[in-house]
Design a protein around this ligand. Structure first.
Ligand code: GTP
Ligand code: MG
Length: 396
């Protein structure tokens, strides 16, 4: 851990100095007013093990003096005591993890860090708002549902002296560039794909759309569908119905071994789509299902995210499904949101390419290849449509 003291005329300048020198990972350990302004002590490369060790050592060697107690007597000079070389410190035993002080300290550090970040963000926001072009871009992107951090990063690149129309066009271009994309249509050339994601987000419907699309181009002969949903009869039936309509076989694999064996048997098929049981990201048995998928090396996971959800919820979903290393995301239910920026921000934040978007229940019409430039224009269109419809909804 590197600890440094910063002196500045005010807190905002001190935070800026900390950020510039120690980066966004810095944590503030203490701050106080001085005659010349403020003094902030900040640390970077915060090493929890070292802090635990320090807390233990302090507690073992230092008994706090009772209030009002006289100062400890000065050590008596030792006449001819031989000077011993410093002894190495004994290896520290691991500190108990449930240590109340440590938990409290960790909470305080997290609080200070959050405070610092909020303060920096507010300051950055205020600075950008001074320019009308940048302020306009910030407003637009936030209207589209973009996360503020992303909106600020884009607004910061807009020149101060352009008119509002140019600023908007430039911002959409920058936004499109930031969206990770795949080259081409990921399932068009075949392979084995598993669609994963929380309950009810459109996994089964998307599988039907992908299968029907592939069947229209190549015929249904080379496609197989697999379901891992051993529990819900309705969910299996839904896939069987799609299978019958498209003319492709459906297989069931309700265990890890069955999935591996079924996929090995289906290696002759050009396109195999695996439908997984919908589970909330907080469901404990989700890890088991994700482990089955992880264990099959040539099975390529696509994470299905509903575009009509909150960014914080989508963020939690991405983190929960991260263990399968999704190759890309499918954004569903675009027709149910006026704020496409929310799900796009999450894709940008986690650098997850967007493979497809879906915007309705029709199979296969309502699935489209995701192209960044079209996505940002679509975000603007969806927002405009939502705005037009708002008065009608209120009136109804
Ligand atoms: N409006 C709209 N509805 C969709 C879209 N995609 C799927 N749906 C609907 O969302 C509902 C759930 O879709 P499913 O495909 O069953 O979702 P799932 O993820 O397989 O659900 P579970 O298996 O229960 O986790 C159905 O009513 C679909 O018709 C879409 O793009 N737009
Ligand atoms: Mg399903």
């Amino acid at each position: 851990m590197k600890i440094k003291r910063f002196n500045a005329p005010d807190m905002r300048t001190a935070f800026r100095l900390v950020r510039e020198e120690q980066g966004p990972g810095a944590v503030i350990l203490s701050s106080r007013r001085t005659d010349d302004g403020v003094e902030v002590v900040a640390a970077t490369d915060y090493d929890e093990a070292l802090v635990q060790q320090a807390v233990r050592a302090t507690r073992r060697h230092e008994k706090p003096a009772p209030e009002g107690a006289p100062p400890p007597p000065a050590p008596k000079p030792q006449a001819a005591a031989p000077v011993e070389p410093p002894r190495p410190l004994p290896a520290a035993e691991p500190a108990p993890l449930d240590d109340a002080n440590l938990i409290e300290m960790r909470r305080e550090l997290a609080g200070m860090r959050a405070l610092l970040e909020r303060e920096m963000a507010r300051h950055a926001h205020e600075r950008l708002r001074v320019s009308p072009a940048k302020a306009q871009v910030l407003d637009d992107l936030e209207e589209f549902g973009c996360e503020p951090e992303m909106a600020r990063a884009i607004a910061a690149c807009i020149a101060d002296d352009v008119d509002a129309r140019k600023a908007r066009g430039h911002a959409l271009g920058l936004w499109a560039k930031s969206i990770p994309a795949l080259r081409g249509d990921v399932t068009a050339t075949g392979g084995m794909f598993a669609l994963v994601g929380p309950t009810g987000v459109g996994k089964t419907t998307t599988i039907a759309k992908l299968a029907a699309r592939f069947a229209r181009r190549n015929g249904p002969r080379d496609i197989a569908l697999v379901t891992t949903d051993a529990y819900r009869i309705g969910a299996r039936e839904q896939l069987y119905t799609y299978g019958r309509l498209i003319g492709v076989p459906v297989f069931e694999a309700g265990t890890r071994e069955a999935l591996a064996a079924t996929l090995a048997r289906l290696s002759e098929y050009r396109l195999v789509l695996v439908d997984t049981a919908g589970m909330s990201q907080r469901d404990r048995s989700l890890s088991a299902q994700l482990a089955w998928i992880e264990a099959i090396p040539n099975l390529r996971p696509l994470l299905v995210l509903p575009a009509n959800a909150q960014p914080a919820d989508l963020d939690e979903v991405v983190r929960r499904f991260w263990s399968v290393r999704p190759e890309a995301v499918v954004l569903t239910k675009l027709d149910e949101t006026g704020r496409l920026g929310a799900s796009l921000s999450v894709a940008v934040k986690h650098q997850l390419p967007v493979a497809y978007v879906t915007d309705g229940q029709r199979v296969p019409e309502d699935i489209h290849l995701a192209e960044p430039h079209r996505l940002v224009l679509r975000a603007a269109e969806l927002r405009a449509a939502a705005r037009r419809e708002e008065p009608a909804i209120h009136a109804a």
